[in-house]
Design a protein around this ligand. Structure first.
Ligand code: ZN
Length: 555
């Protein structure tokens, strides 16, 4: 017995010293990252400005940065005959519902969305049997808020899941109102057992979303765990986040596989949230080798270099170029797509894939340096909010094709409820059912979609098919991009096109007034929010608080 204890202790010492050896290989940064500037941004707002702001118009237009060809596109191009609502409902009768999320998967890096690299062979194959929504957007480029909007069909300013700062004490205690109607409640009420599998704690009841699922399986050692552990070490005088590499993350597939048989014994709703392509970009070597040392197609980098913080989280990334960083992201995406492919194989082998409505999407995209943003939470541009959405009907026997109408995350709940004929409280649900786009009854469901970012300088995005308007708190700072002339959102034309900005701002006001906590301070500097409307928080146990502190969510 003593001998065994000795060997266990010796093993721990060896592992500990290996960890130290890894840390000591990472050199601290040589110089601070360059500060961003912006000619149209008031100087006082740039003081201590931690987040990038709207881009000033560049002096010259690069030759490879061309407008999109033509403004006219058909809103829906289905390759199958247009179904009736009754046919759509018959196609899902008795079916399961499976939603698969690849965390931080931006649409323009997916093959069936036009990316020339082979990053997503499984999604591309799926697209041939699915309806692909080309212009789909999330409500908040942040896992917890976006997932809350998916499950509630409410904007963050109505379901309360808004995070303006990583240090916000509500972070970790904010919770979807227990009284709110949720996707999992609705489907459970219709007789489906509900299961949530997540590799990101941010999409779990630990952070206030998915609390109504009957079964929750969360990988505890997700990347958040690692960040928390690193922060903890720093507070004890150890190396900080920037100095240590992240360890490879866990794989969610075995967790799903272990529960597959009992899950498939009855009708079910499964929400499966994979972490890749989210940071750390640490796909196995075989995936990294696919794109190593290549020029990332279509990639352009903003005027400032990366802040280097996130780069350093992947080990020797301090020396990465923009191309290599994108190559790593793409490798990670390919890895995530591979996880999805394996999941589909498992579902097929279990005989449930063709008996399920399958939805593949993302919670948000990812900045790769284009607008001086890496990561996603604070980025208001398409790279962080434009996400894929594919809907495959059971057996691939539903409509197939492409929809170019504007859609958003909150639209999924009413779409699913309408398909399964489940009644839902229309006054609580803010999304629009997408069925009219599939039946041809309507050619658009949204004139605008609305997204919000977090961080110290939160920003609203008011996005139509033609324009993207950015609004910052205080109502004075704005930016406008012409999405047809300037699809990369590089030229702020707010001074040239005041009428387009005014129309979008008007749409924002109507949107804002409809929220439980109206964000009217983004258009009116004098606006005072109404008193007495506390956002819901969850009563957390001391044990959960201890865990949240260890994760870095609470002080
Ligand atoms: Zn996420």
């Amino acid at each position: 017995m003593k001998k065994r204890l000795f060997w266990v202790a010796a093993l721990l010492v060896v592992l500990g010293s290996l960890e130290l050896a890894v840390y000591s290989r990472i050199k601290p940064p040589q110089k601070a990252p360059p500060r961003m500037t912006g000619t149209h941004i008031p100087e006082e707002m740039l003081k201590d400005q931690p987040a990038p702001m709207p881009l000033p118009p560049p002096a010259t237009r690069p030759p490879d940065d061309q407008p999109r060809p033509g403004r006219e596109r058909k809103p829906a191009e289905l390759t199958t005959p247009t179904p009736t609502v009754e046919q759509l409902q018959a196609a899902v009768k008795g079916a399961n519902v499976i939603i698969v999320v690849l965390d931080a998967m931006r649409a323009d890096h997916v093959g069936c969305y036009g990316y020339p690299r082979d990053t997503t062979p499984n999604i591309d194959r799926l697209a041939r049997e699915s309806v692909v929504f080309e212009e789909h957007f999330c409500q908040f480029p942040h896992t917890t808020s976006s997932t809350a909007s998916l499950f509630t069909s409410q904007y963050p300013d109505t379901n309360g899941m808004v995070f303006d700062s990583q240090d916000d004490l509500r972070y970790g205690t904010a919770v979807v109102d227990p009284a709110a109607f949720t996707m999992e409640k609705g489907l459970q009420g219709a007789g489906l057992a509900t299961h949530l599998f997540t590799a990101n704690l941010c999409a779990s009841p630990a952070l206030g979303v998915g609390s109504d699922f009957q079964e929750v399986k969360a990988l505890r050692k997700s990347w958040r765990y690692q960040v928390g552990a690193i922060r903890g070490r720093r507070s004890r005088g150890g190396p900080g986040l920037a100095e240590v590499p992240m360890r490879p993350i866990g794989d969610l597939l075995p967790t799903v596989a272990a529960r597959l048989k009992p899950m498939c014994a009855s009708r079910f709703f499964a929400y499966v949230h994979f972490l890749p392509p989210h940071i750390p970009y640490q796909a196995p070597k075989a995936y990294v080798d696919l794109f190593r040392d290549q020029h990332a197609p279509g990639y352009w980098q903003g005027e400032a270099a990366f802040s280097q913080v996130w780069l350093r989280t992947s080990g020797s990334a301090a020396t990465f170029t923009g191309d290599e960083w994108v190559n790593r992201y793409d490798a990670n995406l390919r890895w995530g797509d591979d996880r999805l492919g394996k999941l589909l194989e498992m579902l097929e082998a279990a005989g449930v894939l063709d008996k399920s409505l399958l939805i593949v999407t993302a919670d948000h995209g990812e900045g790769l340096g284009e607008h001086r943003y890496e990561f996603h939470m604070t980025c208001p541009y398409d790279e962080a909010i434009h996400i894929p959405l594919l809907i495959r009907f059971p057996g691939g026997k539903g409509p197939v094709g492409r929809v170019t109408a504007l859609t958003q995350t909150i639209d999924l709940l009413p779409t699913i409820m309408d398909l399964f004929q489940i009644p839902y409280p229309k006054d609580q649900v803010q999304g629009r059912s997408l069925l009219p786009l599939l039946t041809g009854e309507s050619q658009r469901v949204n004139d605008y979609v609305f997204a919000r970012t977090g961080g110290v300088y939160p920003c609203y995005v008011v996005r139509s098919k033609d324009w993207s308007l950015l609004l910052y708190r205080g109502g004075k700072l704005r930016a406008l991009y012409d999405l047809w002339d300037d699809p990369r959102q590089r030229y702020n034309v707010i001074a040239k096109r005041p009428e387009a900005a005014a129309a979008a701002a008007q749409a924002f006001e109507a949107f804002a007034k409809a929220q439980r906590w109206p964000p009217l301070d983004f258009v009116d500097p004098k606006y005072q929010p109404p008193a007495g409307r506390e956002r819901p928080t969850q009563e957390v146990s001391e044990e959960t608080r201890r865990q949240l502190r260890a994760l870095g969510y609470l002080k």
